[in-house]
Design a binder for this molecule. Structure first.
Ligand code: BJW
Length: 229
């Protein structure tokens, strides 16, 4: 069986990471759409660095851990006879920490920095600023940005995502509001015989494309659904 899973911020909410469009979704009064853009970074790079520094520090604090939904997906992937791809919109590393292997972080990774000049990636756990020296060329300052896909930039791995979606027998969307494209449209690339299941707290603009919509917290519904499969 070929299984493709798409996760969003809702799966990490119960691990203590706020969603984007929920009540805690604003950062210093700004919507993510105003901070997570290349234009915002050009206009005020220190402001954008502060946003990601705050989130990186939180992600690395001991209280942030994978929850039962992350763990259930990792255990499911290890079952025999399953071809599995976990596409995540999340920039946290909770799926990997839970033990998932075939993870595609389509909106980037908070624990990596990218060179603005060459695109080279570096594992990154510290704060970034316009004074941060380049790891290989310490005389160059402020040439690193967070390895994040901002609005207007093309998400990572789109060819692999499209191919996997076309071939999937089961497509599961978990904890995403389905308003950000192209992620929200992946369900439309699945074949007619593919079983499509949405697990979310609330209905989304894509809910009518799924055979089943299960409403409730991911930490309860994901283990239950996968156990019964
Ligand atoms: C729970 C739960 C629990 C809570 N259990 N559930 C007009 C129309 C259509 C498209 C566009 C348009 N204008 C511009 C666009 C394109 C744009 C876009 O889609 N904009 C829309 C906002 C309108 N997209 C882009 O720009 C993308 N690039 C692009 O399109 O390039 C062109 C191209 C593509 C492909 C091929 C060729 C060309 C890039 C998008 C980048 C998104 N980046 C962000 C921020 C960066 C990462 C970061 O800083 O963290 O990624 S935006 C933000 O939203 C983040 C998320 O990954 C993304 C999705 O959010 P998500 O995960 O769905 O979270 P929420 O908060 O929205 O929802 C959580 C859900 O969970 C809720 O429903 C809750 O109910 C639920 N929930 N607790 C279960 N316990």
């Amino acid at each position: 069986m070929r299984v493709v899973v798409l996760t969003g911020a809702g799966i990490s909410a119960e691990s203590g990471i706020p969603t984007f469009r929920g009540p805690d979704g604003l950062w210093e009064g700004h919507r993510v759409e105003d901070v997570a853009t290349p234009e915002a970074f050009v206009r005020d790079p220190e402001f954008v660095h502060r946003f990601y520094n705050m989130r990186r520090n939180k992600l690395l604090s001991p209280e942030i851990q994978p929850n039962a939904a992350h763990i259930a997906l990792a255990n499911f992937e290890a079952r025999p006879g399953i071809e599995f791809l976990l596409i995540t919109q999340n920039i946290d590393d909770l799926h990997v920490r839970a033990g998932s292997k075939n993870v595609l972080p389509m909106h980037g990774e908070l624990l990596k920095a990218r060179c603005l000049d060459t695109g080279e990636l570096f594992p990154w756990r510290e704060d970034l600023s316009m004074g941060t020296p380049h790891p290989k060329h310490p005389e160059r300052l402020g040439r690193l940005r967070p390895h994040i896909v901002w609005f207007g930039e093309v998400p990572l791995g789109m060819d692999q995502i499209e191919d996997a979606a076309h071939r999937a027998d089961l497509f599961l969307a978990i904890g995403t509001s389905a308003v950000v494209y192209p992620a929200a449209g992946i369900v439309q690339w699945t074949k007619p015989s593919c079983r499509r299941v949405e697990i979310n707290m609330e209905a989304t603009p894509q809910s009518n494309r799924f055979h089943e919509s299960l409403r409730g917290p991911a930490s309860q519904l994901v283990p239950k659904y996968l156990d019964e499969l």
